[in-house]
Design a protein around this ligand. Structure first.
Ligand code: AMP
Length: 285
């Protein structure tokens, strides 16, 4: 496994790699979710590049950039075990040269949900993913469905900015209690970890309501809100139901829009457990 720390070295390495080349971007703090992405990439790609870069522009001022739970040696060991060929681990100065002010704006989808609650976050994500794409020029890039809005933005970016990179989604990996794996679980106390189960429980309740014939977004959002508000350690940032393909609100049942022609919906929640912010989503088919 080669560890590369500069864009220049990455470019020259890229010229000699076996196709197809897959990229798996990570912030570090690797867990079973990241391992699933690396495993899926390993299965299909001739070369797997994993990036290890704690991207400052996707963190807000009062967020956890300074104490993000990433351990470089441990992360490199996980990557080595997963069969990664090349780790791209640049410094902040490599990815954001002095005077850098250019950004990638995802447009309106960057302003809703995560974008509304974490200002600038999705612009920071789009900007760094674009830079990683340019530095590594992958044929395939792997992203988790856990970050559904990020995944949709990366898909659109690949098309709209003509990267033409195949974006491969990987299903959310959960622990035995249903909690979607997250680096931020490291912040949770035992009590908070139990409380965090409310996140997936709220989504399961939305899915049950959907399967039982409740297809209005406000009713489904109400179901999720009620479940989350019953947990004293949880504070709801948002609970939303959108069309999976467009991220537009789904039509209310009495709006006259055809239910039959509707594509799958996505139920999404963002919840704070103490000081730890968790997101999760499920498809409603
Ligand atoms: P991060 O290091 O948190 O930026 O995550 C890197 C990649 O791993 C992103 O594409 C995430 O969507 C994905 N990921 C994070 N958690 C999970 C999970 N529990 N299951 C599947 N993919 C995940």
């Amino acid at each position: 496994m080669r560890i590369i720390e500069t864009v220049v070295a990455m470019r020259s390495e890229r010229a000699s790699l076996t196709s197809p080349v897959a990229l798996v971007p990570t912030l570090g703090g690797l867990h079973a979710g990241h391992e699933a992405l690396l495993g899926a990439a390993r299965e299909r790609a001739g070369t797997v590049i994993a990036s290890l870069f704690l991207n400052p522009t996707q963190f807000g001022e009062n967020e956890d950039l300074d104490h993000y739970p990433a351990d470089r040696e441990r992360d490199l060991a996980v990557m080595r075990n997963a069969g990664v060929d090349v780790v791209f681990a640049p410094s902040v100065g490599e990815m954001y040269p002095p005077g850098d002010a250019f950004t990638v704006d995802p447009g309106p989808i960057g302003e809703i949900l995560e974008g509304a609650h974490r200002h600038g976050h999705l612009r920071g994500v789009a900007t760094i993913v674009a830079k990683l794409f340019i530095a590594t020029r992958p044929d395939l890039a792997y992203f988790g469905e856990k970050d559904a809005q990020q995944l949709e933005i990366v898909r659109r970016m690949s098309r709209n900015l003509l990267f033409e990179i195949e974006i491969v989604p990987v299903p959310t990996v959960r622990d035995g209690r249903g909690l979607a794996m997250s680096s931020r679980h490291a912040y949770l106390s035992e009590e908070e970890r139990s409380a965090a189960e409310v996140v997936y429980r709220s989504l399961r309740c939305a899915r049950e309501a959907w399967n039982g014939g409740t297809h209005g977004s406000s009713a489904l959002e109400g179901v999720m809100r009620t479940v989350i508000e019953a947990e004293p350690l949880a504070t709801l940032d948002y609970a939303a139901v959108v069309e999976a393909a467009t991220f537009e609100p789904i039509p209310e049942p009495d709006s006259g829009a055809s239910v039959v022609s509707r594509t799958a919906a996505l139920a999404l929640v963002a919840v704070r457990i103490g000081n730890t912010r968790l997101i999760d989503n499920v498809r409603l088919d």
